[in-house]
Write a protein that binds this ligand. Structure first.
Ligand code: NPW
Ligand code: ADP
Ligand code: K
Length: 504
């Protein structure tokens, strides 16, 4: 699914109006019906006062139409128009007329420096003040009004985007802090960054029937990973496939006290369908690994506690490096030449990344299309600090392009930056996965998929999605506090199965 900019969304609206064709006021009616249906599902009780705050643009027009529809559905309403402009957009004016003709909804107007309106903490606020047409930060009196609404204790539902939030850049002014947001058609980039979580709350997107041919053609470099995309990547096995078909991976993992990381990664790689797995680990891990993972072969380092050498790579289709290896001098001296000698895409995680961040001259030596999986701290160590998530996203994109690698920045919406400049944001996963070892499991999955000759791009998108999906399935059975990273491996099979269902 594509992510469009505010300008592209305006273009999509205009194209739909012209080519469906549909009068603009009717498209607004359609969008407002979608919002109203969603709102009634979210807030089915009718004894709470619903206070609709409208601006004077088209977002305000939506708010007026929604008020009319909720009135017809017997909700108790109050309505305030924030008078930014005496005229307002054409569709705003038309919806104001339609509402006035009902006669039984009191329409209040708020002008700059009026006393702030009374607002019960038990109310529900519908925020239709600004939409995607915001063109400057909100300040002054209107910022105080936003603060008043945010602090009222009322539940807040935003139409399209929380007012004051910019869809495509860092937000500097005041913004509404919604509990829930329904956005039209496609997700907005700002929703995917943690710094905007308190603005956007729980968000969801629903189609308002914008022109499919426009959406198909419009060019973007941001995508939201959905089931359809992933089901298209996933390959079924054929009758005469054999273990040679599915590749042999080397996993370089573990050190004294961190053999668990190697186990988690190895199990996840095996559960991702590779043909053969060899784990290279220090001597202290030998018996632990042979007993706990009989499916894997073990290549033993000469050092007892740390990795200090690496096997020849000739017989492997890919290498996963990093879980639990530590950053000792000996390990560094083994890992850096290993990176240099690899000729196929590898997966680099955890201390593998930390070692790389201290040796930036090795960035250029990474095999093309290698997958790096930093969490935000590791990303900062690798590529430096940034002011906000938009800047960080740009840096991630630039680095992926410069070095010809795939950077998987992990988080609630893990972002996969490809060398071609495109970014894919994940839609699966939950806070139950914020537990030690979840990243090791991801490394295993990615290594397992690469070994099977999935392209590095497909492996990253499919692997990240499946990892989160396994987490979502696990949390339904276990609740997020009780979820541990090993559970993700247990649910990988179910996650794969659900993709099978989509392919048949
Ligand atoms: N197009 C369609 O058919 C459909 C559109 N839809 C809906 O329309 C929404 C977009 O509507 P929109 O473009 O009218 O923008 P919106 O945010 O309501 O108003 C912005 C106006 O406010 C002003 N302004 C901006 N910043 C300001 C500030 N800080 N402080 C004060 N004023 C400020 C600025 O005016 P200016 O002052 O610059 O003249 C600007 O023009 C979209 O989110 C969706 O909900 C749906 O119904 C589907 C069909
Ligand atoms: N709140 C969250 N929502 C979705 N996924 C999450 C969340 N928190 C963590 N994760 C996922 O869990 C994994 C954690 O990885 P990482 O931080 O490397 O953990 P570790 O180093 O303990 O293995 C990442 O894939 C991340 O996307
Ligand atoms: K809004």
């Amino acid at each position: 699914m594509k992510i469009l900019t505010a300008q592209q969304t305006r273009d999509a609206d205009a194209y739909t109006i012209q080519h469906e064709p549909i009068p603009s006021i009717d498209l607004m009616e359609r969008a407002s019906t979608v919002f109203t249906d969603w709102f009634c599902e979210q807030f089915p009780m009718r004894h709470q006062m619903v206070h609709v705050f409208c601006g004077t643009g088209n977002n305000g027009g939506d708010g007026l139409a929604v008020a009319r529809m909720l009135h017809a559905r017997k909700y108790d309403l109050q309505l305030s128009i924030c008078r930014f402009s005496e005229t307002g957009s054409e569709d705003f004016r038309e919806n104001l007329e339609r509402l006035r003709s009902l006669r039984d909804i009191e329409i209040r107007e708020i002008r700059e420096d009026d006393p702030l309106p009374a607002l019960e903490g038990t109310a529900i606020v519908i925020d239709a003040i600004f939409g995607s047409g915001l063109n400057r930060p909100v300040s002054g009196y209107w910022a105080r009004l936003f603060e008043h609404i945010n602090e009222s204790g009322a539940a807040i539902a935003s139409i399209d985007i929380p007012s004051g939030l910019f869809a495509d850049e860092a937000s500097k002014g005041a913004y509404i802090q919604a509990d829930r947001t329904l956005t039209f058609e496609l997700p907005k980039l700002a929703f995917l960054f943690p710094e905007n979580q308190n603005a956007v709350g729980n968000w969801t997107h629903r189609s308002i029937g914008l022109a499919p041919d426009f959406l198909e053609k419009v060019e973007t470099d941001n995508y939201y990973i959905d089931r359809e995309m992933v089901a298209g990547l996933f390959r079924k096995r054929e009758k005469f496939d054999h273990k040679g078909t599915f590749g042999h991976a080397l996993l370089v993992a573990g050190s004294y006290g961190k053999v668990g990381a190697a186990i988690l990664s190895a199990r996840a790689a095996l559960r991702s369908g590779l043909g053969l797995l060899t784990i290279h680990a220090p001597r202290c891990a030998y018996e632990i690994l042979q007993i706990s993972i009989p499916e894997a072969m073990v290549s033993i380092d000469r050092h007892r506690h740390y990795i200090s050498e690496w096997p020849q790579l000739d017989s492997y289709d890919t290498v996963g490096i990093g879980p639990g290896i530590g950053q000792g001098q000996m390990t560094k001296e083994a890992i850096l030449p290993l990176i240099e000698s690899a000729e196929m895409p590898i997966v680099l995680d955890a201390d593998g990344l930390n070692i790389l961040s201290k040796n930036p001259d090795y960035f250029g030596k990474l095999p093309a299309n290698s997958i790096l999986t930093p969490h935000p701290k590791e990303f900062e160590r690798l590529f430096g600090p940034t002011e906000n998530n938009f800047e960080r996203n740009q840096l991630q994109r630039d680095m992926a392009a410069r070095y010809g690698i795939i950077i998987v920045l992990k988080g609630a919406h893990t972002c996969i930056a490809l060398p071609d400049g495109n970014c894919y944001f994940n839609s699966t996963g939950n806070p139950g996965m914020a537990t030690g070892g979840s990243g090791d499991v991801l490394t295993g999955i990615l290594t397992g998929l690469l070994a099977q000759q999935y392209s590095a791009q497909s492996a990253a998108i499919l692997g990240v999605y499946l990892h989160g999906l396994a987490g979502d399935m696990a949390v339904k059975k276990l609740e997020s506090h009780a979820l541990v990273s090993g559970d993700l491996i247990k649910f990988l099979g179910k996650a794969f199965l659900s993709l099978h269902a989509d392919r048949t």
